[in-house]
Design a protein around this ligand. Structure first.
Ligand code: NAD
Ligand code: TYD
Length: 348
């Protein structure tokens, strides 16, 4: 089997490639990535020795006609699309690139796969397409209506609709996975979990948006990868599969737990203004993938958290390199000014 993975130089894509090459000795992977600020191509360098001759990197943008040419000219069985602009805060400030990559890029890949034929298309999507739940709402299931609230979520929902429409219109072989908030090694330190850990190590304040009572449903990245792998191989065409390890937690409780495990003072937590359009709660029901495909998560939240903290402690060079000037400029410009002035519920 040969698969084309897009966005494989980012957080989840790089874990998926490593997981897949380790699990399937005959698998070959082509990784197409445009290497945006979120990419860390060095992480994949060791794949040459882990899987000699089975890993190839192509530096290209998924919106480019060159990618469509590559798909046409290369024998592949499937495309697994991770490539995306993935950070909600950035989507609030610069939505255009989210439309370009997350919608136009998907359309480009999807139609190249359709024209070629015989290529399964797996769209890696998110629980954020369902929008915000109230505290007592049941968890979102695959048939729950989409109700995205951020430009990021709206772009992902749009892509899901395109992918599912191609299945209905052209009988194209597609599967959509929707997963909860991932955490684990190699996550760019702008998302909440790696920001918490990296800032705690550096003694920097951690901005807690609003009252910190927002709920996210956490999953260890390798559990997400095993779910995607099952959907790629056994998922029914045209179906959506939620992936969740049923770990809903309030942001403030996550922060306190991380600090407790790291022996850091809670005084580093700084309440700032809320994120505009901030979804209050995500909670995802994964009964379908568990019952129909036999998936089960392997990592508990506490064990995953400890593993992740250890990794960030041992790999300071990795994330400090990513925290270049651009990171600190972005950090101060956006968090200190924009969100604070947009405050509605922040309690300093
Ligand atoms: P990431 O930001 O860490 O990585 C994205 C990768 O895509 C980067 O390597 C980047 O260079 C690449 N990329 C971006 N634009 C591209 C383009 N136009 N052409 C080619 N490559 C491009 O993201 P992630 O957290 O690994 O997320 C991967 C996927 O999983 C995304 O589609 C995201 O929506 C989805 N997802 C993420 C989470 C999460 O918690 N991180 C949860 C559910 C779903
Ligand atoms: P994030 O990691 O950006 O993921 P998402 O918005 O896709 O869920 O944020 C997770 C939660 O943490 C979300 O409720 C926003 C909150 N958050 C903060 O309180 N402070 C921060 O600095 C960041 C980045 C996020």
């Amino acid at each position: 089997m040969q698969i084309l993975v897009t966005g494989g130089s980012g957080f989840i894509g790089s874990h998926f490639i490593r997981y897949s090459l380790n699990k399937y000795p005959d698998l070959r992977v082509i990784n197409v990535d445009s290497l945006t600020y979120a990419a860390h191509p060095d992480t994949n360098k060791s794949l040459e020795s882990v899987a000699p001759g089975r890993y190839q990197f192509v530096h290209e943008d998924i919106t480019s006609p060159k990618v469509a040419d590559l798909i046409r000219a290369t024998p592949i069985d499937a495309i697994v699309n991770f490539a995306a602009e993935s950070h909600v805060d950035r989507s609030i400030l610069e939505p255009a690139i989210f439309v370009m990559t997350n919608i136009k890029g998907v359309e480009n890949l999807l139609n190249a796969a359709r024209k070629k034929g015989g290529v399964r298309f797996v769209q890696v999507s998110t629980d954020e397409v369902y929008g915000s739940l109230a505290p007592t709402d049941p968890r979102s299931v695959e048939t729950s209506p989409m109700s995205p609230n951020s430009p990021y979520a709206a772009s992902k929902a749009s892509a899901d609709l395109l992918v599912l429409a191609n299945n209905k219109t052209y009988a194209q072989d597609v599967v959509v996975t929707r997963c909860t908030n991932n955490y684990g090694p190699n996550q760019f330190p702008e998302k909440f979990m790696p920001l918490l850990i990296a800032n705690a190590i550096e003694g920097l304040p951690i901005p807690v948006y609003g009252d910190g009572q927002q709920v996210r449903d956490w999953i260890y990245v390798e559990d997400h990868c095993s779910g995607i792998d099952l959907c790629l191989r056994k998922g029914v065409s045209g179906e959506i599969y939620n992936i969740s390890s049923d770990s809903e937690m309030k942001n403030l409780d996550v922060a306190k737990l991380v600090f407790k495990k790291m022996g850091k003072p809670e005084t580093l937590l700084k309440f700032v203004g809320d994120r505009p359009g901030h979804d209050r709660r995500y909670g995802l029901d994964a009964t379908k993938i568990i019952n129909e495909l036999g998936w089960k998560p392997a990592m508990s939240f506490e064990a995953g958290l400890e593993k992740t903290i250890e990794w960030y402690k041992k790999n300071e060079g990795w994330w400090k390199k990513l925290r270049g000037k651009e990171f600190y400029d972005y950090y101060s410009a956006n968090y200190d000014v924009k969100f604070k002035t947009a405050s509605t519920s922040g309690t300093p």
